[in-house]
Write a protein that binds this ligand. Structure first.
Ligand SMILES: [Zn+2]
Length: 227
């Protein structure tokens, strides 16, 4: 592990110091500008994060499922499901996992031809702390929560992880390659941070591995207004 390291973990600043270091003050002083900028971004993201449930970047309406089945209509932007029913939640996650897998595989295939990079395996999981990761054995894991992102952001995450197969670190070489595909990658990174907070609010009942059906919102019938 490289020392020292600064990370924002779900909104909290984590400072990792070398074992012999007793005083973090000089480091914090040196990194003040970075910390303040990150803090500002997170604050802004939290303020802008709505309670909406989103899929592919669009707000979706949750309605009670009349016949007891789970269904998803991307055109109408509507999910029919009973979120207090664990079987319904599992079914909905299965549908979304398939949708996300399809999109990811398509993008991996397309980018694989250009970059020559292909993962050994692809996993889609519910994760609490990151959008995606790349293992040293060449496997890529994607968070199911990515299905809440607009398609272009999904593509960005796929490219980002795919490039990690060759460039494991976030160094200049890595960002240089990212920039060839996404000249606006800095904006993409900011958007990802914003979506991290908004999906934590509007989609936790479905995406958070620790969520229980009792955390779920009650579906509103299409004709009802505010409760
Ligand atoms: Zn990365």
């Amino acid at each position: 592990m490289r020392y020292p390291r600064l990370e924002f973990k779900t909104g909290n600043l984590l400072v990792i110091l070398p074992p012999n270091c007793k005083n973090e003050a000089p480091l914090l002083e040196e990194k003040k500008a970075w910390i303040l900028e990150k803090h500002r971004l997170i604050k802004e993201s939290l303020e802008r994060a709505g309670e909406e449930f989103r899929l592919l970047g669009e707000p979706f309406h949750l309605r009670p499922s009349g016949d007891g089945g789970v269904s998803l209509d991307f055109e109408k932007r509507e999910v029919a499901c009973d979120p207090s029913n664990e079987r319904h939640l599992q079914r909905l996650r299965e549908i979304l996992r398939e949708e996300l897998r399809k999109r990811i595989l398509e993008k991996v295939g397309e980018l694989g031809k250009i970059t020559g990079l292909l993962p050994s395996r692809i996993y889609i999981r519910r994760q609490r702390s990151k959008w995606a990761s790349c293992s040293s054995s060449g496997n890529l894991s994607f968070n199911l929560r990515m299905i809440a992102l607009p398609p272009r952001l999904i593509d960005y995450v796929v490219l980002h992880e795919l490039l990690h197969l060759k460039y494991p670190r976030h160094n200049r070489e890595f960002w240089g390659r990212v920039e060839e595909f996404f000249p606006d990658y800095r904006e993409m990174e900011k958007e990802l941070l914003r979506y991290w907070f908004s999906t934590a609010r509007g989609g936790a009942w479905l995406f958070d591995p620790k969520a229980s059906p009792s955390d779920a919102p009650s579906p509103r019938s299409p004709c009802s207004t505010n409760p």
